[in-house]
Design a protein around this ligand. Structure first.
Ligand SMILES: Nc1ncnc2c1ncn2[C@@H]1O[C@H](COP(=O)(O)OP(=O)(O)OP(=O)(O)O)[C@@H](O)[C@H]1O
Length: 234
């Protein structure tokens, strides 16, 4: 679904991503884990084509999208749930969801988007008239996820979806992952929370200082001493 080869990313003169190569198989769930400042968000932004200047190849189902503008990448089926959710707090849940749809497309298309999101996240239907800012952190994360799903993505990027959430809410969000996979959605998640992300994923990468330093089956990585070394410095 997604192949990245020899990717470098920079802000101005400062290079923060170094020679990244990564593959996400269609229908899989892949995690990239790393500590604060490792470059996880920069990787997500590179795939979406926002903010960061990149050099290297990004391919979606074999097609080179490296130089495509962001809107074209979204139309091709990639969407991102950004770190910190970035909701519009004074707008209703429904209006926030609508922001993830295409105003230019038919009403039927939008209705189908809502049907899809509400079938996966029924609680949002109950809350659709409520201002998004009045919801709990976990519910807001669901709205951010729902907004990303409105465009019916093939590849969903999740940037630290568990940040600041209570363990019970983390479990609720994790339980959605198999449902998303059942809908044919491929997932790439970046997280600091190793247990919550790797635990569910098919394949994992470990990022340190803007480079991917190990990869492997999630279970093997979770047991590896190297991973503990990255996190604990031992
Ligand atoms: N817009 C920007 N301009 C300049 N440098 C940036 C910008 N955004 C991030 N950086 C730098 O790039 C590096 C990687 O940051 P990034 O946000 O990608 O890391 P991260 O792993 O997502 O961290 P966090 O968990 O804190 O979100 C850091 O050194 C950061 O200071």
């Amino acid at each position: 679904m997604l192949t990245i080869e020899g990717l470098y990313g920079r802000y101005g003169d400062v290079t923060v991503l170094h020679d990244i190569s990564l593959t996400v198989e269609r229908g899989s769930f892949v995690s990239v884990v790393g500590v604060n400042g490792a470059g996880k968000t920069s990787l997500m932004k590179s795939i979406m084509g926002v903010e960061i200047k990149t050099h290297g190849k990004i391919r979606l189902e074999g097609e080179d999208i490296s130089n495509w503008p962001t809107h074209r990448r979204v139309e091709a089926g990639i969407t991102m749930v950004p770190e910190g959710r970035r909701l519009f707090p004074y707008m209703s849940v429904k209006e926030n969801l609508e922001m993830g749809s295409y105003p230019s497309r038919s009403r039927k298309y939008r209705r189908e988007g809502f049907d899809f999101v509400y079938s996966l996240l029924p609680k949002l239907k109950e809350r659709e008239k409520q201002p998004a800012g009045s919801l709990s952190g976990g519910e807001q994360q669901m709205v951010a996820l729902g907004r990303a799903l409105m465009s019916r993505p093939r590849l969903l990027l999740l940037d630290e979806p568990f940040l600041g959430l209570a363990p019970i809410v983390v479990r609720q969000i994790r339980s959605l992952i198999p449902k998303l996979k059942n809908q044919g959605i491929t997932l790439l998640m970046v997280e600091q929370n190793v247990a919550s992300s790797l635990g569910e994923s098919d394949w994992g990468y470990v990022m340190v200082n803007g480079s991917l330093v190990f990869e492997g089956k999630a279970d093997d990585l979770l047991r590896s001493r190297d991973l503990h070394g990255v996190y604990l410095g031992v």
